[in-house]
Design a protein around this ligand. Structure first.
Ligand SMILES: *[C@@H]1O[C@H](CO)[C@@H](O)[C@H](O)[C@H]1NC(C)=O
Ligand SMILES: *[C@@H]1O[C@H](CO)[C@@H](O)[C@H](O)[C@H]1NC(C)=O
Ligand SMILES: *[C@@H]1O[C@H](CO)[C@@H](O)[C@H](O)[C@H]1NC(C)=O
Ligand SMILES: *[C@@H]1O[C@H](CO)[C@@H](O)[C@H](O)[C@H]1NC(C)=O
Ligand SMILES: *[C@@H]1O[C@H](CO)[C@@H](O)[C@H](O)[C@H]1NC(C)=O
Ligand SMILES: *[C@@H]1O[C@H](CO)[C@@H](O)[C@H](O)[C@H]1NC(C)=O
Ligand SMILES: *[C@@H]1O[C@H](CO)[C@@H](O)[C@H](O)[C@H]1NC(C)=O
Ligand SMILES: *[C@@H]1O[C@H](CO)[C@@H](O)[C@H](O)[C@H]1NC(C)=O
Ligand SMILES: *[C@@H]1O[C@H](CO)[C@@H](O)[C@H](O)[C@H]1NC(C)=O
Ligand SMILES: *[C@@H]1O[C@H](CO)[C@@H](O)[C@H](O)[C@H]1NC(C)=O
Ligand SMILES: CC(=O)N[C@H]1CO[C@H](CO)[C@@H](O)[C@@H]1O
Length: 455
């Protein structure tokens, strides 16, 4: 950060209260109103903590020439923490070239007004050294936003400048690509009315967080080179409780939403997902000695097109295996329970439903020999309509556990889905009574292993 920037920034902030009052009076910069989309129709259970109205305003000015605006942003946030709004004025473009640790936030609104963009720099060397490292699946984030009672909204765009990362990853799968939005240790927050574009990796990681709502988020991005934008999950939740993801459009190339270890009391509703790997539980049980829970999940009203899966539960078996150089696992324990998928409309989806407890293990005999230490129970999947793709014709689903003793109470009801040729068969294995609920075909491993891929 240049000294002149710091000075400019200091000056700006010294007069911040004054400037903001003046500007507010001049009606030049009026923060967008909090949207407050209701949590509906389903609710995860616990009410969200109250979020008092903010009483001051700090306006961040962009340098306007593509240089790093981080110091200006950090200063405005510090000045307006504990009861203020930080406004990124509309039509301004901001550049972030510094990993910002924003885990100290309290009672603050960050407002990125319409038609403005916050873009992360292309400096892949810097970000690989400085992005926040979260251990779990080697995840890193451009920033970490945490604390208590934080709202982010306004209609603006966060742009991860993903293309350089897609191209770099094609050369070296071991590089660590940052996640666009890191909600890390966030307790009480609403992230609403924003566009997320070109994330290098997953779009959103919600970790160590409670009472957080994402509403009206538009996710889009992709590669223009021959190198695909890989692992671009919409959301991954991890060690988090009482979370809502709703009313959003996701056009991506990996899980639309994924519930990673210790995701509990989560509602996902009213999503349009295109090009994804479905709404996924897992993968779980990847690490020996770790205990993973995914419990009390309600997924409602999803439109799923051009995807590999609709509803998906992926659990590693008891024996360890390596799926690829940067993905191996198996042998972990825990439980998936009380998960409901209710109402999904499918178009061109490879499997309407996929449950596997042999994730990462190509040899089903071996999987059955070493059943998963992570149980699956109390699962309801209901009211699905639409058509699959022809990829696994005549199969429309894959329901293969590692042993009936670790996989029970799976209810599949009211599934009006057909393959392009009109079939409604499932590959089934090691789930008691599943043949009474769906039309199973023998050869329970057919198709199931040709689609192993990164989580
Ligand atoms: C960019 O703009 C800032 C703030 O106006 C200024 O201090 C800085 O010198 C400019 N840098 C370049 C490279 O133009
Ligand atoms: C979450 O909290 C745990 C325990 O305090 C800590 O070890 C971990 O680094 C935190 N972050 C993530 C992403 O899990
Ligand atoms: C991180 O990546 C390295 C190299 O790909 C891999 O060996 C390791 O298992 C990964 N760690 C986690 C926690 O996934
Ligand atoms: C289902 O979600 C769509 C958005 O994908 C929304 O337009 C529609 O109103 C929702 N329907 C119900 C019954 O909530
Ligand atoms: C949906 O995804 C497909 C690729 O899977 C893409 O060709 C299409 O443009 C996407 N549709 C929309 C409306 O974004
Ligand atoms: C999940 O929660 C359980 C129970 O609180 C805990 O024992 C376990 O270590 C947690 N696992 C992870 C991956 O955080
Ligand atoms: C199961 O999850 C639903 C939300 O999906 C919740 O309302 C219900 O209380 C949970 N049941 C139990 C026994 O925890
Ligand atoms: C699915 O992808 C095709 C192109 O592959 C596209 O024409 C179609 O619009 C997509 N469906 C939706 C709902 O976006
Ligand atoms: C699968 O595992 C079984 C049991 O360990 C073993 O006998 C068989 O050779 C394995 N098959 C392949 C193709 O590796
Ligand atoms: C099995 O397929 C037949 C023929 O399409 C259909 O009548 C029946 O309802 C199916 N059973 C289930 C449980 O879906
Ligand atoms: C920790 C644990 O319970 N490990 C068990 C996982 O499952 C395999 C076989 O299914 C057992 O051999 C392990 O002891």
């Amino acid at each position: 950060m240049r000294i002149s920037n710091l000075l400019a920034c200091g000056l700006l902030q010294a007069t911040a209260a004054l400037a903001s009052t003046r500007e507010a009076r001049d009606k030049k910069v009026i923060p967008s109103k909090r949207p407050h989309h209701p949590i509906a129709p389903h609710h995860p259970g616990s009410p969200l903590p109250a979020s008092p109205e903010r009483t001051k305003t700090c306006i961040v000015q962009s340098n306007g020439n593509g240089t790093d605006d981080s110091a200006n942003i950090l200063k405005a946030i510090k000045d307006c923490n504990n009861g203020g709004h930080v406004v990124f004025p509309k039509d301004q473009k901001f550049t972030i070239g510094t990993a910002l640790d924003l885990t100290f936030l309290k009672h603050i609104d960050l407002v990125k007004d319409i038609q403005g963009t916050i873009q992360f720099t292309k400096d892949t060397d810097y970000w690989q050294k400085n992005a926040f490292y979260h251990t779990f699946q080697n995840a890193t984030t451009f920033f970490q936003l945490g604390g208590n009672d934080v709202n982010v909204y306004g209609g603006g765009t966060l742009d991860g400048n993903g293309q350089v990362w897609y191209d770099l990853y094609a050369k070296d799968i071991y590089i660590l690509r940052p996640i666009l939005f890191g909600a890390i240790g966030l307790h009480g927050g609403r992230i609403e009315d924003l566009n997320f574009r070109y994330s290098p990796q997953w779009y959103t990681l919600v970790a160590n967080s409670t009472d957080v709502v994402f509403s009206n988020i538009d996710i889009k991005g992709g590669s223009v080179s021959k190198n695909p934008a890989k692992n671009t999950d919409g959301w991954d939740t991890y060690r988090s409780n009482n979370i809502v993801i709703q009313n959003s459009r996701i056009d991506n190339g990996d899980d639309c939403v994924s519930f990673k270890p210790n995701s509990t009391n989560i509602v996902v509703q009213n999503l349009w997902c295109n090009g994804s790997h479905g709404i996924s539980v897992g993968s779980l049980g990847q690490y020996v000695g770790e205990v993973d829970y995914v419990q009390n999940i309600y997924v409602y009203n999803i439109s799923m097109s051009n995807a590999s899966d609709g509803a998906r539960i992926k659990v590693w078996p008891g024996a360890q295996s390596a799926l690829s150089g940067d993905l191996q696992g198996g042998g972990g324990s825990g439980a998936v329970s009380n998960v409901t998928y209710d109402t999904m409309v499918l178009a061109n989806v490879d499997y309407a439903i996929e449950i596997t407890q042999c994730y990462g293990q190509k040899n089903i005999t071996l999987c059955n020999q070493f059943p998963s230490n992570l149980t699956i129970s109390d699962i309801t999947i209901k009211s699905f309509t639409g058509k699959t793709s022809s990829k696994y014709e005549p199969l429309i689903g894959y329901l293969v556990c590692s042993s009936p003793t670790v996989c029970k109470d799976i209810r599949i009801e009211d599934i009006n889905v057909r393959s392009p040729k009109g079939s409604n068969l499932y590959a089934c294995g090691s789930i008691d009574g599943i043949g009474k609920q769906v039309n199973c075909t023998s050869g329970g491993s057919k198709g199931g292993n040709s689609k192993m891929r990164l989580v």
